[in-house]
Design a protein. Structure first.
Ligand SMILES: C[S@@+](CC[C@H](N)C(=O)[O-])C[C@H]1O[C@@H](n2cnc3c(N)ncnc32)[C@H](O)[C@@H]1O
Length: 310
């Protein structure tokens, strides 16, 4: 089977799949677990843009959604919050759950996703004797090399690379972005994720960027801990930017997560959250702030606009 089919099974099988069973925090944390610092800063940013409709893709356990709604209410702003989650792990209140993003045709507002693109099944290609081949999976336990069947994929692969290099790419993630673009009449697509520009991806990860997270350890064998570990890869931001620009979107923000949060007032948010706290509680929150800004060093915030002047 192709590697993305293997990932569909171990990550998204509706009974055994990793994302259907595991809770965030068991193997890794996301920025949405950081005491409203992340969510409220985005809330502030969305209010500044005049946004009333938000569609969150892959809302996970719903921290971000709940907190952004809370922030809007605190500021007496109107909000309609829609969520679409592929691995349904329960419903949250105050949002509209949708079963397919096509339900929101002609959407005006923000389509937001944090750490979703990296969680979508990816494929692995290897450059050998001057051509690209694909890595397939045998018996759920090892890779083997095969010719590429759908040569259209070649248009997304880097052109000049070293012999033996492995490049990881999710065509399905590009398809998701295309659907987001298609339902969006006017507004923004916001992507927060970890990765690098293409040149750096190729330099840093000659063996591919596949990474497994298991009990807060970083592992590299996707065939161990089947169904029990997260299997992910680093986003090639050059690919994502070229793809959305080609569709007709305009890139309006391209910043590290830390820079974005600082510029959009995370320090004021931290002051506000901690205003009635003890010194010790304040210390803990500011430590989280430090971690959110510094430890997530390879995370970026990309904002693309469609028919919207900023
Ligand atoms: C790493 S988790 C991040 C969850 C949440 N956004 C957060 O930051 O805590 C990735 C989530 O994206 C969801 N997901 C992956 N592909 C998706 C898709 N095509 N549409 C909707 N959700 C998706 C997964 O089920 C999973 O809940």
């Amino acid at each position: 089977m192709r590697f993305d089919e293997f990932l569909s099974e171990v990550l998204y099988n509706s009974e055994k799949g990793y994302y259907f069973r595991k809770r965030i925090g068991e193997d890794y944390y996301t920025a949405t677990s950081f005491e409203k610092l992340f969510s409220w800063t985005f809330g502030k940013y969305f209010i500044k843009l005049g946004i009333e409709n938000i569609l969150e893709i892959g809302f996970g356990e719903g921290h971000f959604a709940r907190e952004v709604i809370e922030f809007y209410r605190l500021h007496k702003k109107n909000i309609n919050y829609y969520v679409y989650e592929r691995a349904k792990r329960g419903y949250i209140n105050d949002v509209m759950h949708i079963d397919s993003i096509i339900q929101l045709r002609n959407f005006e507002g923000v389509i937001f996703q944090n750490e979703v693109l990296d969680a979508i099944e990816f494929r692995r290609f290897v450059f050998k004797n001057g051509s690209w081949y694909e890595l397939y999976v045998k018996d759920m336990k090892e890779f083997y090399i095969q010719e590429i069947e759908d040569t259209e994929v070649l248009e997304y692969l880097p052109k000049e690379v070293n012999e033996g290099l492995i490049y990881d790419i999710s065509i399905k993630a590009l398809e998701l972005l295309k659907s987001e673009y298609e339902i969006l009449k006017r507004g923004f697509i916001v992507i927060v994720d970890y990765g690098y520009e293409r040149r750096e991806i190729l330099e840093r990860f000659p063996n591919g960027s596949l990474t497994c997270y298991y009990k807060h350890r970083i592992l590299d064998n996707p065939f161990e801990n089947l169904y029990e570990q997260d299997i992910t890869y680093f986003i090639d931001f050059t690919l994502i930017k070229d793809f959305l620009k080609k569709l007709g979107m305009t890139l309006v923000v391209d910043k590290s997560q830390g820079e974005f949060l600082i510029e959009n007032g995370v320090l004021d948010i931290a002051e506000f959250i901690t205003r009635n706290m003890s010194e010790y509680e304040r210390f803990k929150i500011f430590n989280k702030l430090k971690s959110l800004v510094l430890d997530f060093y390879n995370f970026r915030v990309l904002v693309f606009s469609k028919d919207f002047l900023v």
